[in-house]
Design a protein. Sequence first.
Length: 258
Amino acid sequence: MKILVVNDDGIGLRGIHELVRTLSGAAEIYVSAPHEQRSGSGHSISIGVPVYMREIDFPDAAAAMEVTGTPADCVKLGLKYFEEKGIGIDMVYSGINHGGNLGTDTLYSGTVSAAMEGMICGKPSVAVSVCNHYPEHFGYACDLSLSVLEKAADKLDAGTVLNINVPDLPSEDIKGIKYTHLGIREYEEWFRAKKNDRGETEYWYSGEPVIYDSDDLSVDVIAMQKGWASITPMKRDLTDYGLINEISRWEVEKDMGR
C-alpha cells in the first residue's frame, strides 16, 4: 500500500508529521504538501502561474515534496510526479488538520478539498482534522486514521471521501465515534478593520463558532460539540435531484429571444 499524504496547514506543522509517522507503520508514505499555510483555500488550483516543487527530508516518508501551490495542486502534482517515477499511489490522506472541518466549513476547507481532489483523481481518500486551531492532542486522530486504513481501505471506493473530525481531547476523554452527515457550521463573525504601515485600511476576518442547543448526534457539528469523533462519508455530486423536474416546470426558456 502506497499513500500520498497532503495537508493545507503547510508541510512543517505537527499534524502532518503525526499522520505520516502513524501511517508509516502500515504503508509506504509519500508526501506532497504546501510550503506555507494554505488554510481556507478550498478547491482552488493554480492557473496561469507556475507551481514549484522541492524535494525535502521528511521523517518516516519514502519521499516528500514541498509545493508552492494549493492543497489541490499538491494532490494533482504529487500523484503525477510520483507516477512518473514508477510509484503508483493507492490512497490519499489529507491532514491532520489544525482545526475542525465540519458541516458547511467543508466548502472552504483546503484539507477536505485535497481529499476530494484525490477522489477526483480516482483514489480513495480520507481527510482528518483535530477541532482546535492550536491542537494539543493528536493521539485519537492518529489511532482512528490507522484503524480506517486497516479496516476500511479495501472497502472505500474511489468515489467517496471519509471526513474525520476529532475533538482536541486526550483519547480517554473522547466518548467514541459517531457516523454522521454534514451539518451547518455557523459563526458569530466579523471583519476587523485596521490601518497598515501605508495608511491603507485592511479587513481581517474572524469569528467564534455558534454552540448549538441540540442532542442530534447524527450531525457532525453536534457530535463533535458533545465530545464525539465523527466520520462523514462525502461525494462530489452536489446536484439537487429532487429539483430537476420542478425547474423544468418553470418554463425558463419560454419567450426567450423575443
